[in-house]
Ligand binder design. Sequence first.
Ligand code: NAD
Length: 314
Amino acid sequence: MSKYVVTGGAGFIGSAIVRGLLREGARQVVVLDNFLTGHQQNLDEVRSAIDLQRADIRNYAEIAPILSGADVVFHEAAIPSVPRSIDDPVPSHEINIDGTFNVLRAAASGGVRRVVYAASSSAYGDTEVLPKVETMTPRPKSPYALQKLVGEYYSQIFASTFGIETVSLRYFNVFGPRQDPSSQYSGVLSLFIKAVVERRAPTIFGDGEQSRDFTYVEDVVDLNLKAARAPGVSGRLYNGGNGGRITLNEAWRLVQQIEGLTIPANYGPPRPGDVHDSQADVTSAVADLGHAPRFSFEEGLRLTLAWYKAQQTR
Ligand SMILES: NC(=O)c1ccc[n+]([C@@H]2O[C@H](COP(=O)([O-])OP(=O)(O)OC[C@H]3O[C@@H](n4cnc5c(N)ncnc54)[C@H](O)[C@@H]3O)[C@@H](O)[C@H]2O)c1
């Protein structure tokens, strides 16, 4: 029976991967999380089907036995925020770089077949050309972007020198149910949705004309499951995006339109480290992993809004 470990499995994307694995019939799914930003309730529906381990990826001795013998480790644990990596850089550095090194080291010494690493499109920084292709030279603009890039490089080095398979997936602005909107560091769409549900204006940092390739979380789950299985891709890097591009102003307009409301946004100063435009070239993921995103931005947004509203009435 194959064992799967999801680090950060109580988080937004990690818990969706856990549900995806169970849907596929996985029988041994281990969640490793220290609940820094993740929540037990993200796993409520599947709690009896998983093995939940509270552990911190900064502690090698704690995580090594949990990872040992896994077929695949999905490494999602991180502090996933550009502004937080600037305001409070030490924990981001320790978790995103040292923690990732620990996960790779524990996986290699524990006989894990493959690690699928949650990389970030922030590694590209501001490029003159869109969409962003995996062959472009990375230009990280923030500690977070650099940390996630170091994790990719480490994944490649572990594949070439430590006898373990690794695949890195550069996610592009993932959104969907269970994304936590409770902090100033939360993903922008979760903040928009929280604002509209509460009938108040969100704050957009900058003029709102910055664009993002918003990617629905279930497409990211599919991509992970394909990356876990695909033959001949060890050491490789793939964009995990939808392939589209929409400005924050357009996204807020669509949120209001779906809800039938008009609430002008507030605007604040641009945030340091923020990339202006982002859009994925998904050619390689389609060709090598057989991945094709299924959810349009509007579809994903409708599903996400419906989920947040259902939570309110529970
Ligand atoms: N959400 C996005 O748009 C996006 C984009 C690019 C990359 N990513 C990457 O995807 C991954 C998941 O992000 P998310 O949006 O689900 O964030 P999240 O905050 O919901 O999930 C991160 C999880 O990691 C856990 N964690 C943090 N520090 C830990 C530690 N020291 N030990 C064990 N667990 C720890 C948290 O408790 C949380 O459950 C991250 O690696 C992030 O960098 C996310």
